[in-house]
Design a protein around this ligand. Sequence first.
Ligand SMILES: [Ca+2]
Ligand SMILES: [Ca+2]
Length: 265
Amino acid sequence: MATVLALAVTISPTLAQSIYEPYAFTTLAGQAGSTGSSDGIGSTARFNHPKGVAVDSAGNLYVADTENHTIRNGFSAGATVQFASPSFDVVENTRTIPILVTLGGIYINVVTVDFATSDDTAIAGLDYTTTNGTLTFLPGQTTATFTVPILNDSLVEGPDTVNLTLSNPTGGAPLGGPTHVLLTIVDNDILTLDDPVLVGESAGAATVRVTRSGDLDAMITAACFTSDGPPYDNNLVDCPGCPRSAIAGVDYMQEAGVLTFAPGR
Ligand SMILES: [Ca+2]
Ligand SMILES: [Ca+2]
């Protein structure tokens, strides 16, 4: 009598991915089924039995075009390296932001480019952490990323911006555009005033409510003060050339002070 044996086989997802991961191919130069001897970009170039490919450290490509009895030289044509976006933004309490850099073509050699941050209105050490280094695109790789650490303060300060710069490309890929962009750090410490505040002239005092939103974790303070209003007409419509609509010492008493918001408030 035959014996039936059962065997369980498990393929780990990691192993399966490494075996079956697909590769994308593209034609670097020439056109399938079409021979000739003419220079041009990519598929417009023609060869006749090209053999032997060599690449120098600058990314130049050399091909022995045997049936044409020539040595052909290929070089990068417009495959530039640049930031993926003309600007980036991040909310202040996000710990890091990835900055995507793209290579506009598939290179068969290694391409590198240096990246750096510098102060615009944001200040290193207070609003973000200085970041610089070198990005490497391995053969066939078209995107690379560096990250900028963001520092979460408790200042009511509005948005700040950081300069992001690419420089010193190697491997034959020139810099494209943009290579200098701004990273905007969006403030998450937000105070808003009730607007407008209406009060009768005989009321004696007006109460103005200030509302805090966004990041409530830290204690924050904010200076507050009054000043004369803009020139309005009697219907509260902007009126350039009219006298200012309320005058300190005549219509109201000047006030100034500091508001404090406890954590969570
Ligand atoms: Ca904050
Ligand atoms: Ca802030």
